[in-house]
Design a protein around this ligand. Structure first.
Ligand code: SAM
Length: 235
């Protein structure tokens, strides 16, 4: 499979998440052996102490939005362009969540939100799916209040050579089989593997965040570099 080009990517990504929405959470935990919860915990911890509402972008079925509210107690706007993902996630909210987490259907590259509104933003496994990443970052910058902080969790590629080969085998041979069998959409999991392989390096993401105007940009690889947590601040 060749990755969709910029123009077709949005449509393709929307279709694939719509198709796997009811199996997404289960597969996420299975394929990461449950470590995804720890990764999200660390992501929210990175914006700890943030004041004001938090925007969770590419929120999907809301696992990170729930973690933001659990850890910070702040109100969360949970934005995603795939209504099926948001609707499935909204069913899992308890009464307290429902009063504090507000799902919003919209495009992460064109946020339907007023500038300088949020004390923080989070994104987990979302930026890899954007078709115009610099555009996404400039939108994240725009909606933050001065002094606001952001945390971005995304897949990356392990640097240790032996582990890198093993991980590549897992990505291309194991993941599409399991993901495909359970979700009935093998193509979605082939896309997952290929988009991880093709995504920008950590240094490139760092540079783009700096070019978007963010300061205090840092990145921390986790779990042997399978994922990386990027943090940044609007001056
Ligand atoms: C891998 S899921 C991540 C869901 C969730 N953040 C998590 O922690 O599991 C990626 C989500 O990004 C959304 N997405 C991709 N491109 C988007 C865009 N341009 N605007 C808004 N959401 C987008 C997809 O619909 C999908 O729900």
């Amino acid at each position: 499979m060749s990755l969709p080009r910029k123009e077709g990517k949005k449509k393709f990504v929307h279709k694939k998440f719509s198709s796997v929405s009811t199996r997404y959470d289960f597969l996420n935990s299975l394929l990461s052996l449950g470590i995804d919860r720890f990764w999200r915990y660390k992501t929210v911890k990175a914006i700890g102490g943030v004041e004001g509402p938090v925007l969770d972008i590419c929120a999907g079925t809301l696992p990170l939005s729930r973690e933001v509210f659990r850890q910070t107690g702040n109100r969360v706007v949970a934005l995603d362009f795939c209504l099926d993902m948001l609707q499935y996630g909204a069913k899992m909210l308890d009464d307290k969540d429902k009063q504090n987490i507000f799902p919003l259907c919209g495009d992460g590259e064109n946020l339907p939100l007023t500038s300088s509104t949020f004390g923080g933003f989070t994104v987990a496994f979302g930026v890899r799916n954007l078709s115009d990443l610099p555009r996404g970052f400039s939108e994240m910058f725009r909606i933050l209040r001065p002094g606001g902080r952001g945390a971005i969790l995304e897949f990356s590629r392990p640097s240790l050579p032996i582990f890198r080969s093993l991980y590549r085998f897992y990505l291309h041979r194991v993941l599409p089989r399991i993901g495909g069998a359970i979700s009935h959409d093998r193509e979605a999991y082939v896309y997952l593997a290929e988009s991880i392989q093709a995504f920008f390096s950590q240094q490139e993401v760092y540079n783009m965040l700096r070019e978007s105007g963010f300061v205090e940009v840092n990145y921390t690889p986790m779990t042997l570099g399978i994922v990386t947590l990027y943090t940044c601040k609007r001056p």
